[in-house]
Design a protein around this ligand. Sequence first.
Ligand SMILES: NC(=O)C1=CN([C@@H]2O[C@H](COP(=O)(O)OP(=O)(O)OC[C@H]3O[C@@H](n4cnc5c(N)ncnc54)[C@H](OP(=O)(O)O)[C@@H]3O)[C@@H](O)[C@H]2O)C=CC1
Ligand SMILES: N[C@@H](CC(=O)OP(=O)(O)O)C(=O)O
Length: 364
Amino acid sequence: MFVKQTKQYSVGVLGATGTVGQRFILHLHSHPFFKLVALGASSRSAGQKYSAVTRWKQSKPIPATVKDMVIAECTTDNFKHCDIVFSGLDHDVAGPIEHSLRQAEVAVFSNAKNYRRDPQVPLVVPLINTDHFEVLAAQRASLGLNKGYIVANANCSTTALVVPLAALEKAFGPLEQVQATTLQAISGSGYPGLPSLDILDNVVPYIGSEEDKMEWETYKILGGMTQDRSAFDYHEAAPLKVSATCNRVPVIDGHMVCASVKFAAKEKPSPEAVIKAFNDYRCDAQNVGAPSAPEQVITVHEEQDRPQPRLDRDHQNGAGVNVGRVREDSIFDIKFVVLANNVQIGAATSSVMNAEVAALQGYV
Ligand SMILES: NC(=O)C1=CN([C@@H]2O[C@H](COP(=O)(O)OP(=O)(O)OC[C@H]3O[C@@H](n4cnc5c(N)ncnc54)[C@H](OP(=O)(O)O)[C@@H]3O)[C@@H](O)[C@H]2O)C=CC1
Ligand SMILES: N[C@@H](CC(=O)OP(=O)(O)O)C(=O)O
């Protein structure tokens, strides 16, 4: 049941000074549902004005309503007055901070990896599986909570990959095998990222634990819940097998994934049918009117040399994904390239859109 949005929610941002945190600020400083009331970062930044300590790296200026806000330490007391907290915290510290805010009855929407594997925490890409919010009742019940919960969004490369996979499953049924090779932007590793002497004129064929995350997160996102909606049972996604190879490339923003897909059904769709399925794909975030939802979830580029990070990452404010080069694969069935803005739909936009849908569906 969808509830029409009438109220404004007080929201806070943890990790507000960071790469993801800065995107949160740009999304939230004038949002139709959310009023930004609290900012948190480390003790190095706490007690100081946002503009004084943040190494602001956005082309838009720090919003006037935010620049004089004073950063707080990420304690429960400092954020328990918020209805919603968005977390762009470093994973080294996110776990206990997010947990204690949930215990204080705050709805936490997190970018960090800490709770993604928790069987009662929905791992939600808002362009795909907001129906997984159904498990929140069980999460609250098992912790004795009325309002508090944690919703995680996915790893940025996983997000790029799973959106077209979800569209293919919806149109043509289960997938059997997926092989994915990434070309990931430097901003994925936060600020200041890799030293320029490591990444300029170079490709680094290793990103710690990224391949593992792409493989199992895909199962959880595309997989189902138990029948009673009390937990996720992502091993049910079998017989899907995902193999990922991850590379860091000298691009600032925008993760590209080259994917090859094998369908479970004997009948294989043509590239034309796959393009139609991508074009036709819609999601709940659009259907419920989430303000950050893109017009088009998957934009299919017809030019042979698109999508490209520099040209396409900001299409629709980076809220959808871009696909191109859809063609037959001589070993798998179909192959294509997908580009997603890692700091928008790969991070802050996902959290904000998740919270918008949660608010519209009465979960906040
Ligand atoms: N960059 C990306 O593309 C993506 C990132 N993520 C995840 O989002 C999270 C943030 O990433 P990103 O913005 O890139 O990281 P950054 O390193 O740019 O920012 C980290 C933030 O965490 C804060 N922080 C660090 N230590 C503490 C502490 N002890 N207590 C409180 N706050 C602290 C920092 O505050 P201070 O300035 O005071 O040090 C800063 O605000 C990570 O968990 C990351 O894995 C997820 C998807 C994509
Ligand atoms: N590891 C990703 C970014 C990231 O922070 O991922 P995660 O949220 O899964 O830790 C990258 O380097 O591009």
